[in-house]
Design a protein around this ligand. Sequence first.
Ligand code: SAM
Length: 242
Amino acid sequence: MSEPKVRLYVEQSLGAGQAIALGPEQSHYLFSVMRLAVGAEVALFNGRDGEWRAQVEAAGKRGGIARCADQSRPQRLPPDLWLLFAPIKKARTDFIVEKAVEMGSARIQPVQTRHTNSERIRQDRLQAHAVEAAEQCEATFVPPVADLIALDRLLANWPQDRRILWADETQTSARTTLQAQERGGKWAILIGPEGGFSQDEQTRLRAMVQVVPVSLGPRILRADTAAVAALTLWQATLGDWV
Ligand code: SAM
């Protein structure tokens, strides 16, 4: 049986024979945009139950029904890796969220640092962006996008057992540092704002035993480039790409 071409994220639980009611937006996407009709197949996932092949049983402008047949992909979780980043301009913040999903993150945490130039974020909009990225990259898990939090507050209660790959442009060696780290365990990646980390923030990070300062090379990367570079370095050295 060929793989359904269309993937759709739903909130409901998925299982053999389960009928899934589709809302107006989902119906618009499936039946108007993708032009599916009754009898067509669609791949459904909810971030918990893996991906399920489902058949359209009712297709209308305002709603529809798809019934789960069999599981087409088991639930697969990314490594326990959080991405902490200082929001930048809207489009590039969207880009960071999208890449974090595609490259494998368990949680996306926007942080407010001293030099962060965005006062607030639209958490609901970023979460919708994460869902779209998961639909596109065939992931079965959607990382939660948390609300903006001050870096100081986040670090004040930082868990003892979660290491932080701190993208620190003042560092010189990258690979030796990470390669020396034990695989597995809980991690986070921290990317600063366009204006970099303040002196106080750097002092605080250097004093934390969980922090592993890492260089991303001899050039200064834009924050969105640094997020992709750090995710690549971590996944290729300690993550699920190896
Ligand atoms: N402080 C930088 C400067 O001197 O212009 C600007 C910060 S950079 C645009 C944004 C963030 O990307 C940094 O805070 C750091 O987390 C990360 N970053 C950029 N280049 C890096 C590098 N070569 N090594 C490690 N991290 C880097």
